[in-house]
Design a binder for this molecule. Structure first.
Ligand code: F6R
Length: 611
């Protein structure tokens, strides 16, 4: 969380930084700040979104060829002007921005207070900055050396960018546990939490690794490790186009991303699935087929929406591959003392590839000898790089904070992986295998069909937007979809919603049901369908307002429902890729109708790089 941008070169730095911060706002947006070097250090910062800061700076002299900028998701210290980054050191000569958490900041702060330092903010960042300045003063060393010494004392996660009034061409950066990309231009360099701030200027980037320091000047990039040894930067070519990170005529990124799903799932299947020939090509699976087929156990690790995709995958893997599966919240797994054996395979699912809990959970499993297979969207991200093997979801940049297209692409990848393992293990017969390949192949066209119902779902949003609570119910493959529907509604409309296995509602949640409670059933036709219909009856008998996602033509379910959201018929294994879409749209429209900024829901950030 928190977005960071830096620039050094011949162009005006401020417009590049502000535009870059706007692109990174998905990472946090409770305060914004910029520091520029031009005959001295100039810092502008404020509580609120990037546009609010930009507005207050109209008419200011912002001329500079070097600068750093930050959009914050608060960890230490409430969102406020004084806690906004950049922070300046006691001497006023250094400015720093930081993404992450310095865990031992309290101890460092005490040491500095004893030496007479005072603090202008409540942040861990200001502590680290003064700690660096203090080392520089006491050791009579340069800033780079002081930073290196400081980082050896620091525990926690960070990406920091540091500028010094006395060195007006250089940005010093360091990374551990949070992402940092450096874009290489002609006589200029760009820095960012991801590549989006630099896309229109360069396609050549370097992903900085943990425990690396970068000394960045307009025409020079030096990478070093904490032992002061030089590292040759590995330059990679980006294959993202600018259009992919713009709204393209939609009101919100979330709506754009929901509507992209026919294409993103198609892109995910393209070049991999050949339904006619009956083949799935995935190098990450083929090169490790022995490990995957012989797995004693599969453990799926993820958070949030990716965890919901993991729950669907649990059902798929067990059904098709007959391998025992456990699905774990990364944040719980990492702090337990989990039993992991060398024969276990971990599937780590993550859109961003940077989620701190997932990353640490992977490391923990790796240390115990597990094989890590990453299912990740962002190419070159930390989880992608730390996994032994994997498959990208190819959904393109997801910018809306509420995850949508990443979920359907994750399901597409996980289904293909399961089918490949099942085929190799012989746990699926040829007829079912060929049938499921065809069903997968047909999904993008069916998603396009579901998306046509957008206007009808908007009407339903109008009808239900004032409800105080929602219940989401489903069985089997549709149970995780119910969880995901409830999460989407909570996140962007701030309506309390709970997802439950439909049969479980009798054990408690049914007490909530009265004539004011909308109960959304994910009730597409599958082997549990009759049971779900009985659950609908039970809700209806208690005067609950039944809204159902149903298979087209299912008149019986429709007759039990106050409102329906039909989707095309599909095999139950692939149906979640369809049944989730009306729920994404319902949440989106309710959020918009309530007047909320659905792309930037309160308190949230897209990439959760703190624990
Ligand atoms: C929900 C959402 C979050 C993420 C979660 C994991 O809409 O976006 O719940 O799914 O933070 O993020 P990734 O997939 O990037 O690891």
């Amino acid at each position: 969380m928190c977005g960071i941008v830096g620039y050094t070169g011949p162009r005006e730095a401020y417009p590049i930084i502000i535009k870059g911060l706007q692109r990174l706002e998905y990472r946090g947006y409770d305060s914004t700040g910029v520091a520029l070097l031009n005959h001295g250090l100039h810092v502008f910062k404020k509580k609120g979104k990037v546009a609010e800061l930009a507005e207050t700076l109209v008419g200011e002299n912002l001329h500079a060829h070097i600068g750093i900028g930050h959009t914050r998701w608060a960890t230490h210290g409430e969102p406020s002007d004084r806690n906004a980054h950049p922070h300046t050191s006691a001497s006023g000569k250094l400015a720093m921005i930081h993404n992450g958490i310095i865990e031992n900041y309290a101890q460092l702060k005490q040491e500095l207070i004893k030496k007479g330092y005072t603090f202008k903010s409540d942040t861990d960042t200001e502590v680290l900055l003064n700690f660096i300045e203090d080392i520089r003063k006491n050791n009579q060393c340069n800033l780079e050396e002081a930073l290196r010494i400081a980082l050896k004392r620091v525990t926690g996660a960070y990406v920091i960018l540091l500028i010094d009034e006395d060195d007006p061409e250089t940005i010093i950066a360091a990374r551990k546990g949070s992402p940092l990309v450096i874009g290489i231009g002609k006589g200029e360099h760009f820095l960012g939490s991801d590549a989006s701030p630099m896309l229109e200027y360069t396609k050549e980037v370097v992903y900085v690794n943990d425990y690396e320091l970068a000394i960045v000047k307009p025409d020079q990039l030096i990478l070093k490790n904490l032992g002061n040894e030089k590292i040759t930067p590995f330059v990679q070519k980006l294959d993202i186009e600018l259009a992919a990170i713009e709204k393209g005529g939609y009101d919100h990124f979330m709506l754009k991303e929901i509507n992209e799903q026919a294409d993103t799932v198609f892109d995910c299947l393209r070049g991999r699935l050949d339904a006619e020939k009956g083949t799935i090509t995935m190098a990450g699976v083929e090169n490790n087929i022995e490990k995957l087929t012989k797995a004693n156990r599969i453990i799926i690790i993820a958070c949030g929406t990716s965890w919901h995709a993991g729950l669907v995958a649990e059902y798929i893997f067990e059904e098709l591959c007959r391998t025992p599966v456990e699905v774990e919240y990364a944040s719980e797994f990492r702090y337990r003392n989990p039993v992991v054996h060398p024969g276990d395979v971990i599937f780590a699912i993550s859109q961003s590839g940077e989620t701190a809990d997932t990353l640490v959970a992977i490391e923990k499993a790796k240390q115990q000898g597990a094989f890590i297979f990453g299912v990740v969207n962002v190419v070159g991200s930390s989880i992608a790089r730390t996994s032994h093997a994997g498959a990208y979801t190819h959904a393109g940049p997801e910018i809306g904070v509420a995850s949508t297209k990443a979920f359907t692409a994750q399901l597409a990848v996980l289904t293909m992986v399961a089918l490949k393992i099942a085929k190799q293990k012989g746990t699926i017969d040829e007829e079912r295998y060929m049938h499921l390949l065809q069903e997968l192949h047909d999904i993008p066209a069916k998603i396009a069909e579901v998306l046509k119902s957008s206007e009808k779902i908007k009407l339903l949003a109008e009808k239900y937007k004032d409800a105080r609570d929602f219940l989401y119910l489903g069985r089997g493959y549709n149970f995780p979809v119910a969880l995901e529907g409830a999460l989407k509604l909570k996140e962007i409309s701030y309506i309390h919603a709970e997802g439950y296995p439909a049969a479980e509602m009798k054990h408690g949640p049914i007490a909530l049901v009265d004539e004011s409670l909308p109960v959304v059933f994910v009730a597409t036709k599958d082997k549990y369908h009759e049971k779900v219909v009985s659950n609908m009856q039970e809700i209806k008998a208690r005067k609950g307002r039944v809204i159902s996602v149903v298979t087209e033509g299912d008149d019986h379910s429709a007759s039990l429902s106050e409102s329906i959201m039909p989707v095309p018929a599909a095999d139950e294994i692939v149906a979640p890729m369809l049944s989730v879409i009306p729920l994404q749209l319902l949440a989106y429209y309710i959020g918009v109708m309530k007047g909320y900024d659905v792309d930037k829901p309160r308190n949230l950030a897209k990439s959760v790089t703190v624990e």
